[in-house]
Ligand binder design. Structure first.
Ligand SMILES: [Zn+2]
Length: 68
């Protein structure tokens, strides 16, 4: 169903990555690279997890609000 959406390919891929929990967040990257800082580069308040990017990060939330 996702691939039939009438939207930009990058939006479809973004949604697919969210669904498979493979968005390249800092937390994910830090599990691969040892010395990688997993804190959010935008607000620095918390680790950059999928939930933080989509819901908790004030700067990301501001972007979501502008898009609506
Ligand atoms: Zn943040």
């Amino acid at each position: 169903m996702l691939w039939k959406l009438q939207t930009l390919p990058k939006i479809r891929i973004f949604c697919w990555r969210i669904g498979h929990d493979i968005l390249p967040t800092c937390e994910k990257i830090s599990t691969i690279g040892r010395d990688f800082n997993s804190d959010c580069p935008r607000c620095g308040r918390d680790k950059e997890t999928l939930i933080h990017v989509l819901k908790d990060c004030p700067k990301a939330r501001a972007c979501w609000c502008m898009g609506v």
